[in-house]
Design a protein. Structure first.
Length: 106
């Protein structure tokens, strides 16, 4: 059996709102197309809305359907955590953000 390659880390930075949704989607889609194990790094995101959360959830579904892996690189905090809370995906102030499965399926 060949050795498993290291996961590809796709990094997002800056604003990722509905205005940038097309570019965000295209970048994540390309990462999923080109890699079997993709981790999404979001610590440098400065603004996010539910369009980014929708893209992340859709990417996870697409990866699973293709037999690939898509995870968050680290537990969501800061801007991503705020977007999750605004969308009802995480409870404000909880230690574990809804359990937005970092290092597991998103």
């Amino acid at each position: 059996m060949p050795p498993r390659s290291a996961p590809y880390v796709h990094s997002l930075a800056g604003e990722h709102t509905v205005r940038q949704a097309r570019q965000t989607h295209a970048g994540i889609l390309a990462a999923l197309r080109d890699h079997t194990d993709t981790r999404l790094e979001c610590s440098a995101v400065t603004e996010a809305d539910l369009s980014l959360i929708q893209i992340i959830l859709a990417a996870n579904s697409s990866a699973a359907a293709a037999g690939k892996r898509f995870t968050l690189h680290a537990p969501p905090d800061g801007t991503i955590r705020d977007a999750l809370e605004r969308g009802g995906f995480a409870n404000p102030g909880s230690a574990d953000p809804a359990d937005w499965r970092h290092q597991g399926q998103c």
